[in-house]
Every structure is written in structure tokens, then in C-alpha cells.
Design a protein around this ligand. Structure first.
Ligand code: FUB
Length: 329
């Protein structure tokens, strides 16, 4: 097996997407979605993303090959779920590893579940029910320096966040707010000490511009779409996410894990394929962006591959914009 290279697929024997990377036990563990190869419909509802299981990948370091640890959790072993195991994340606390994942429940509503394992590679055992009060997709968990864990989540369109604008599920509601009104924000909830439930009701996160005005729903270059990730750098919380219809990864910063987050700029310009989704992790003295594109399938939206590249900060703490296809590579 050859060592991984920046801007190249981490693995090619399966299609992978939505990489959540963490350093556990001095290695880099990556928790991706596992894209299925099929000829079904491709639409704005995300029906093409039919995933049924998770594989955990790991790297000893950036000079080593990527190891696939095999199936870590399958849909058939999640009692409450019926379909579409989308972008997961993992966390470590209480001497245990937790895998957070969205899936449709038996009524077709996206919920977020949790599964546990004594080891970072799994296999994971799912809790019997989804996290009460959870909804939508793309969980990302930050365990803060004081050990309080926060879960961020939410996605528009197929991720159903428009349907929760009143606080209860409105199946017919597909529209977001008018273009000049504040955009729908991602959600955040404190997790309980045992990491298995919400300690408080989820709150909507506000993303504002430098003048303090909310980013509006019509501002598709900056408004939240899906795929939240929160990391800390120099005392600031960085919330990064996908803009969906404009295909960028962008970010804002805050002094609080609950926001509001002030919009700062673009991390990654558009990749091959419709979706863009990422995580940011420090390994030794460098920072890395894990992301995906559809290059391995020459552009098929639901046949994606996970990649990484180095991420650099400017002296003022802003992030340098990354071109996923640098000249000469
Ligand atoms: O992989 C399925 C969905 O596509 C994810 O949940 C979204 O973030 C997008 O990448």
C-alpha cells in the first residue's frame, strides 16, 4: 500500500464522502460516509445518497497508507433507522468513543443517533433509539477544553431543516425565509455528561457579517447550507460549513461555542461534484482540511472520494483559501 498524498483520494476500493477527522491515540482517524454505487434517481432531495453503513479509516501519519478498518456500523443494526446513513462524526469522552450519525427514522424523518465503542475503529453499538429532540443531518461534535461537549447539526433541502422552522416537523414546508430575511442557521445543543442525549434544547446559531447584520437567506455565497464543523484556534471557535448551491466551504469565528459567528471567508473553492463537506484537524504542528470530491467517478455526485490537504492560517487568524486542484498536481 502506498502512502497518502495531498489532494488525492485516500482510498479507491470504496467510495467515501463527508470525512470527519480526529486525532485519537496518536493516529488520524477518519469517519466518512460510505457512498453506494447505484443507478437510482439523483435529485435535490438527496435520494442518490443511499448509504447503508460506515467504514472507519486511519492514518498513522501523513507518510503512511490509509487503513480501512472495515464495517463499523450497519443500518440493519440500528433499531430506529430505516435508510440513508449520511455524514457522521465521532468523539471521545468517558474512556469511550461515540459515533454520531444521521439517518431517516421509520417515518422518513431525519434524526441523529449515537453508537459507542471502546476503540476508535469500532465496531460501534447503536443505542436503541435516536437522540430525543434531534432532527436533520450532519452532526459534528466538539468536546471543549472544559470537557463540555457540543453537537452541531442541520442541513437544508434533503436535510429537512426548512421543515423545522416552527420547532415542529412540517412535512409540506420546503421553502426557507424570504431572500432578504436572516438565513436558517445550523443548530447547536449541549450534550449530556454521558454523551447520549441533549442536555438542553437545540438552539439556532446566528451567522452575522462584520457589521453585525445576519447573513440573509438570499446570500447564497455565505449562508449556511449543511456540513457544520467547529474547531478552536487561538481562543476562537471557528464554525465552517458548506454553502450548498454555491459549492463553497466557508467559515465564521466567535468567542463562544454558541455564536454568534462573524463571517470571515472561503476555505475551499468548489470541487468536482455537487456537494462539498469537510473537517479540520491539527496533527502535530500542522493543520489539515479533510474534504471530498467526485473525481474518482469523474463527476458522479454520489460516488465521491475523501481527500486531505494542509490548511494554513494568516497571522490575524484568518484561513488561507485553498484551491482543491493546485497547478502542477
Ligand atoms: O453524504 C450525504 C450528504 O451529502 C451529507 O450529509 C451532506 O453534507 C452532503 O455531503
Amino acid at each position: 500500500m502506498s502512502s497518502v498524498k495531498p489532494n488525492q483520494p485516500l482510498v479507491t476500493h470504496i467510495f467515501t464522502a463527508d470525512p470527519s477527522a480526529h486525532v485519537f491515540e496518536n493516529k488520524i482517524y477518519i469517519y466518512p460516509s460510505h457512498d453506494l454505487d447505484h443507478d437510482g434517481p439523483d435529485n435535490d432531495n438527496g435520494d442518490q445518497y443511499k448509504m447503508e453503513d460506515y467504514h472507519v479509516l486511519s492514518l498513522d501519519n501523513f507518510d503512511s497508507p490509509a487503513v480501512d478498518h472495515g464495517e463499523a456500523l450497519h443500518l440493519k443494526d440500528v433499531p430506529w433507522a430505516s435508510a440513508q446513513m449520511w455524514a457522521p462524526d465521532a468523539a471521545y469522552k468517558n474512556n469511550q468513543y461515540y459515533l454520531y450519525f444521521p439517518a431517516r427514522d421509520k417515518d422518513g424523518i431525519f434524526r441523529i443517533g449515537v453508537a459507542t465503542s471502546p476503540t476508535p475503529a469500532g465496531p460501534f453499538k447503536a443505542e436503541p433509539d435516536y437522540i430525543q429532540g434531534s432532527y436533520s443531518i450532519d452532526p459534528a461534535v466538539l468536546v471543549d477544553e472544559d470537557d463540555q461537549a457540543y453537537i452541531y447539526f442541520g442541513g437544508l433541502w434533503g436535510g429537512q431543516l426548512e421543515k423545522w422552522q416552527t420547532g415542529t416537523f412540517q412535512p409540506e414546508q420546503t421553502e426557507g425565509p424570504p431572500a432578504d430575511q436572516p438565513a436558517i442557521g445550523p443548530r447547536v445543543a449541549k450534550l449530556s455528561e454521558d454523551m447520549l442525549s441533549f442536555a438542553a434544547e437545540p438552539q439556532e446559531i446566528s451567522i452575522i457579517d462584520e457589521d453585525g447584520s445576519p447573513i440573509t437567506a438570499g446570500d447564497e455565497d455565505r449562508r449556511y447550507f449543511e456540513g457544520p464543523w467547529v474547531h478552536k484556534y487561538n481562543g476562537y471557535y471557528y464554525l465552517s460549513y458548506s454553502t450548498g448551491s454555491t459549492h463553497k466551504l466557508v467559515y465564521g469565528i466567535s468567542r463562544s461555542p454558541l455564536g454568534p459567528f462573524t463571517f470571515k471567508g472561503t476555505i475551499l473553492t468548489p470541487v468536482i461534484g455537487w456537494t462539498t463537506h469537510h473537517s479540520i484537524v491539527q496533527f502535530e504542528d500542522k493543520w489539515y482540511l479533510f474534504y471530498h470530491d467526485s473525481s474518482l467517478s469523474e463527476g458522479v455526485n454520489h460516488k465521491r472520494c475523501v481527500k486531505y490537504t494542509e490548511l494554513k492560517y494568516n497571522e490575524d487568524g484568518t484561513i488561507q483559501t485553498i484551491d482543491p486542484y493546485p497547478a502542477g498536481e
